[in-house]
Design a protein around this ligand. Structure first.
Ligand SMILES: Cc1ncc(COP(=O)(O)O)c(C=O)c1O
Length: 406
């Protein structure tokens, strides 16, 4: 018989020994005061600066979004009260889906409880139901896409990260008439690099494949109205399914797909994790709607973020830090070892009151542990200077003990 308790405890001990155990830092943001937040540690409360938030454009404290949420909660109460099919669909859901379809220049959109669920639901349904479908998946795709593909039980081929030649080699191995989906991200969340979108679309056309594009780290941030990289490159119409989140640049929670009416209706009609779960609360949906509208019309916010990104990269270059080949707002600073990565992050927090969470396996491969720095428009040049000085101090502190990847 298995000793259950030992099994679980031993597994956790190994995680700790390997430096892969996940410690949560308890922080509470203060509305109107971002990127400052309060860090709760035992009896202590310290003000810290957050440098690892996915609330990329500070929409989490946007007054018009907050107002829209308060109004909706006063009107409709808290929860949706049911699944989308059974009493949980509101007027707000309908408006949000129409807004998202419009944002991405698509016929329709469908909202899910998170970006994770959107990927899992859409990919498992599409790849699972298309007869004989083969999925071509970038090796760095997010866990939610991987899970969706797994659930579909479709045949799959993994292509080397952003490598169109490898993708083509794999596509060639299947008859043209066989259904195919190419699944990839526009902006990779842990490396900050971008997919060769135009080339992937060309290949999809040549080999008769659908394209499934995760724009989670691009929506709100890129493109004239914040429609993502496909919008920025004028390729929205060419991508078959665009997936996004309402939880990062839009600052709330939820996920979605935007596509043709037939594809959206198909997923709506067959996806288990869409059908059998309570709908997002009306206040969440009303807030998301306001956030999407706000970011579509307030175009000036995106260049401010890019200015901050250029400034921080310049400072990191001057200080000789290595941050992968990031060409976006995501700046991954290589540390290269799990224990050191955590110690680095802890010292930043405890000594310098800077919060940048250590990113370890399985989020990134072993040996590439990193800090993932995400500036926002609220991070001033002075805060950036402070961050870089702190990083230098921590690097010096640990260089005396061992070397790491700078
Ligand atoms: C590339 C990618 N896709 C999907 C998701 C899931 O989105 P959400 O956080 O809304 O569930 C994430 C979240 O980290 C992500 O990085």
């Amino acid at each position: 018989v298995i000793a259950y308790k030992n099994f679980f405890e031993n597994a956790l001990s190994s995680l700790k020994e390997e430096g892969k155990y996940r410690y949560f830092n308890k922080i509470v943001r203060e509305r109107g005061n971002f990127p400052y937040a309060i860090h709760y540690k035992g009896d202590q409360k310290n003000q810290i600066t957050v440098w690892c938030s996915n609330d990329y454009l500070n929409m989490g404290e946007n007054p018009s979004v907050i107002q829209a949420m308060i109004q909706a909660i006063e009107q409709a109460g808290t929860g949706a009260g049911g699944t989308r099919n059974i009493s949980g669909s509101t007027y707000y859901h309908d408006l949000l889906e129409r807004e998202l379809a419009d944002l991405h220049n698509k016929e329709a959109a469908l909202v899910f409880t998170s970006g994770y669920v959107a990927n899992e639901a859409a990919l498992s349904t599409l790849a699972g139901k298309l007869p004989g479908c083969v999925v071509f998946s970038d090796e760095k795709n997010h866990a939610s896409m991987i899970q969706g593909i797994r659930f579909s039980k479709a045949e799959k081929r993994i292509f080397r990260h952003n490598d169109s030649q490898h993708l083509e080699m794999l596509l060639k191995q299947f008859p043209k008439e066989q259904p195919k989906i190419i699944a990839f991200e526009s902006v990779y969340s842990m490396d900050g690099d971008k997919a060769p979108l135009k080339r992937f679309i060309e290949l999809a056309k040549e080999y008769n494949a659908l394209t499934y594009l995760d724009e989670v780290h691009a929506v709100g941030l890129y493109g004239e109205q914040g429609g993502g990289i496909a919008q920025k490159l004028g390729l929205e119409k060419e991508v078959d399914i665009i997936q996004g989140t309402l939880g990062k640049a839009f600052g709330i929670i939820g996920g979605y797909i935007a596509a043709s009416s037939a594809i959206v209706d198909f997923v709506r009609s067959f996806a288990s994790s869409f059908i059998f779960t309570t709908a997002l609360p009306p206040a969440i949906v009303a807030g998301a709607l306001e956030s999407v509208r706000y970011l579509r019309s307030h175009k000036g916010i995106r260049p401010v973020l890019q200015e901050r990104v250029s400034y921080i990269k310049q400072k990191l270059d001057e200080a000789n830090f290595f941050y992968f080949n990031s060409i976006t707002h995501i700046i991954p600073l290589l540390i290269g070892e799990a224990h050191l990565c955590k110690a680095f992050s802890d010292r930043l927090l405890n000594v310098h009151h800077i919060y940048s969470q250590a990113i370890n396996y399985p989020t990134v491969p072993v040996g590439t542990e990193r800090l993932r720095i995400t500036p926002t428009p609220a991070h001033t040049p002075e805060m950036i200077d402070h961050l870089v000085e702190a990083l230098k101090e921590v690097r010096e502190f640990f260089t005396e003990k061992r070397s790491y990847g700078t």
